[in-house]
Structures are given as structure tokens and as C-alpha cells.
Design a protein around this ligand. Structure first.
Ligand SMILES: Nc1nc2c(ncn2[C@@H]2O[C@H](COP(=O)(O)OP(=O)(O)OP(=O)(O)O)[C@@H](O)[C@H]2O)c(=O)[nH]1
Ligand SMILES: C=C(OP(=O)(O)O)C(=O)O
Length: 218
């Protein structure tokens, strides 16, 4: 029997405003190049995941759009009138992507997972598919945020990303998935996160920037 496959929606902010807490993490590397590398390593890992049938990147950034299209993802611009604050815009982008994906299995994944291994994403998506009718999420390594939110066919994604999103997703009825999945849970918001991700093994684009900059990102 063929395994059901997921559409994964990956929102990517315009590079000039993205990953602001990471600015200066790799001395000498232009910040937008680092933000782009994080997103492309994430998208490449999603494209390589055998549980994934389609990758839909939601972005208004033309550089990101061109690069992920070349890699094999579909691209959708951000939702118009997306909302007043950063979290509202992120959640609008995810809803917009999920609506465009149609009614099948759909997941939202943050684009700041440069160490992501396709097998860990696949394991999480398969775990999310075990209980029909229920949304599932994977919290980030500290446990406050969310890296993955998955909805079964016919159930709205209903994303609640933003500060404290793990609790918000649980309060909205989504179940927290318990697998270890260290590379999936390692989102990179700060220089310290980047150092941990480097220890797990960075994807090639981020690794190249880090290697050209300094032996170990700090
Ligand atoms: N399409 C889209 N993606 C967004 C938007 N805001 C955030 N994202 C993406 O959502 C994911 C999680 O966001 P954050 O971790 O807060 O990333 P960020 O906003 O770039 O980082 P900071 O500036 O440090 O807050 C990242 O993949 C971002 O690129 C948005 O307005 N539109
Ligand atoms: C957007 C989120 O957080 P962060 O910006 O800390 O990655 C989240 O975890 O929902």
C-alpha cells in the first residue's frame, strides 16, 4: 500500500527582516546570505523526505522564491492583509499555504532548521498520522516554541505560532509529539542555537558559510 504523503508549507520571511536575533552570528557573512542558507537547507531536507509529496514555500522574497523553485518547491506569495504583528503575519502565511494545498495531509514547518535530517521529519509526520482527526505538533528543543504543526485531511491547520506557541497549540487541541528528533527540534534563532545546530551537523549551505567564517560558530 502506498503511504499517504504530506504537503509541507514552509513560510520564509523577506530576507532583509529575517532572523534578526541571529544578526552578526557569522562575522563577515552578510546576514541575508545566512538567512537564505538556513531556509534553503531546511527546504532541501523537506524535499528529500520520503513522507513528503509537495513542498509549498510561502514567501514575498524574490531570492528565496527563485532558489526554492529551482530546488523543486512550489512558491506562493504571502497572504494579502496578513495582520498587525509578526505572529499574525506568520500564521496568515501558514493558513494561506494550507488553504492552497487543498484538503489532504498538511503540515507547517519553520524555515530555520539548518540541521534537519529528512528521516526525523518523516518519523514525526508518520507519528502525526497515527491518530486520525487530530492535529499534532513538535515543540522546539527548549519546549516553548513550535517547529512543526501537522493536520490530517479535512482538519484546518489552525496555526498558533508565536511566543509560547507550544502551549497555544496544546490549548487549541493539538497533541504534542514526543519523539527525540534533535535536528527537527533545533530551530536557530540565536548564535547559541547555531552553535548547537553545528554540533548536530549543518546542511551544506549553512555549513559552507560557517566554514568560510570561523571554525565553530559561536
Ligand atoms: N512568509 C512569511 N514567513 C514568516 C513571516 N514571519 C516569520 N516567518 C517565518 O516563520 C518562521 C519562524 O519565524 P521566526 O523564528 O520568528 O523567524 P524570524 O521572524 O525570521 O526571526 P526573528 O527576526 O529573530 O524573530 C521562519 O521560517 C520565518 O522565516 C512572515 O511574515 N511571512
Ligand atoms: C515563531 C515561533 O518562535 P521563534 O520565533 O522563537 O522560533 C514559534 O515557536 O512559534
Amino acid at each position: 500500500m502506498t503511504e499517504p504523503s504530506w504537503t509541507v508549507v514552509v513560510p520564509v520571511k523577506r530576507l532583509e527582516g529575517a532572523k534578526s536575533r541571529l544578526r552578526g552570528a557569522l562575522p563577515g557573512v552578510p546576514h541575508e546570505a545566512l538567512a537564505l542558507a538556513l531556509a534553503l537547507d531546511t527546504v532541501d531536507a523537506v524535499l528529500a523526505c520520503d513522507a513528503v509529496g509537495a513542498v509549498l514555500v510561502v514567501t514575498d522574497d524574490t531570492r528565496v522564491a527563485a532558489a526554492v523553485r529551482a530546488a523543486g518547491a512550489r512558491v506562493l506569495p504571502d497572504a494579502p492583509d496578513a495582520g498587525p504583528d509578526a505572529a499574525a503575519r506568520l500564521n496568515a502565511a501558514l493558513r494561506h499555504g494550507a488553504a492552497t494545498a487543498g484538503g489532504g495531509l498538511v503540515a507547517g514547518l519553520t524555515a530555520d532548521l539548518p540541521a534537519l535530517r529528512p528521516a526525523e521529519l518523516g518519523a514525526a509526520l508518520r507519528a502525526a498520522g497515527h491518530l486520525p482527526g487530530v492535529r499534532h505538533f513538535v515543540a522546539d528543543a527548549p519546549g516553548d516554541g513550535t517547529v512543526l504543526l501537522a493536520a490530517p485531511a479535512g482538519v484546518p491547520l489552525d496555526p498558533r505560532f508565536g511566543v509560547g506557541s507550544a502551549a497555544a497549540h496544546a490549548a487549541s487541541g493539538a497533541l504534542s509529539l514526543a519523539g527525540a528528533w534533535p535536528t527537527l527540534r533545533r530551530d536557530v534563532d540565536t548564535p547559541a542555537d547555531l552553535a548547537v545546530a553545528a554540533g548536530l551537523g549543518l546542511g551544506p549551505r549553512t555549513a559552507t558559510l560557517a566554514a568560510g567564517c570561523c571554525p565553530t560558530p559561536a
